[in-house]
Design a protein around this ligand. Sequence first.
Ligand SMILES: Nc1ncnc2c1ncn2[C@@H]1O[C@H](COP(=O)(O)OP(=O)(O)OP(=O)(O)O)[C@@H](O)[C@H]1O
Ligand SMILES: [Mg+2]
Length: 154
Amino acid sequence: MSETERTFVMVKPDGVQRGLIGEVVSRFEERGLKMVAGKFMQIDEDLAHEHYGEHEGKPFFEGLVDFITSGPVFAMVWEGQDATRQVRKMMGQTDPAESAPGTIRGDFGLDLGRNVIHGSDHEDPGANEREIDLFFDDEELVDYERIDETWLYE
Ligand SMILES: Nc1ncnc2c1ncn2[C@@H]1O[C@H](COP(=O)(O)OP(=O)(O)OP(=O)(O)O)[C@@H](O)[C@H]1O
Ligand SMILES: [Mg+2]
């Protein structure tokens, strides 16, 4: 059985402007994942560089930083069994054009640079914890039980 984990997820500025916060939150809620933190905020230049540090030096980096700082985002932490990998599957591929219908990027995006949502990389161990720490203080994470948990897990 997979471990219960917490993963960092963010509706990007395009998703916020297109009114997709509710849709994205709804999908994760209905799946059974539990939101343990959420923050509507604007990312500054420094945070953008830290968050996307792995892409520094790549040709698309400056454009990526400009985009992610261009308007408000909705940052969240979601908890559940195998949460990081399940969220990535629900997001689809990096390029919405290659994402299957039914995924968030496959249903709501068309362009690689405007792909609606970010989720921690499940193939990078520690990415979820690193990103949660970057965006949230410990006291912003809330421990609680959801009423459906006994029906969701065996
Ligand atoms: N070749 C590229 N050309 C332009 N933009 C790119 C390219 N590769 C990635 N990006 C942009 O940079 C972001 C970060 O790339 P990454 O490889 O981490 O993909 P991802 O993990 O699916 O996306 P994210 O980290 O935003 O959730 C992508 O979401 C995309 O918008
Ligand atoms: Mg990534």
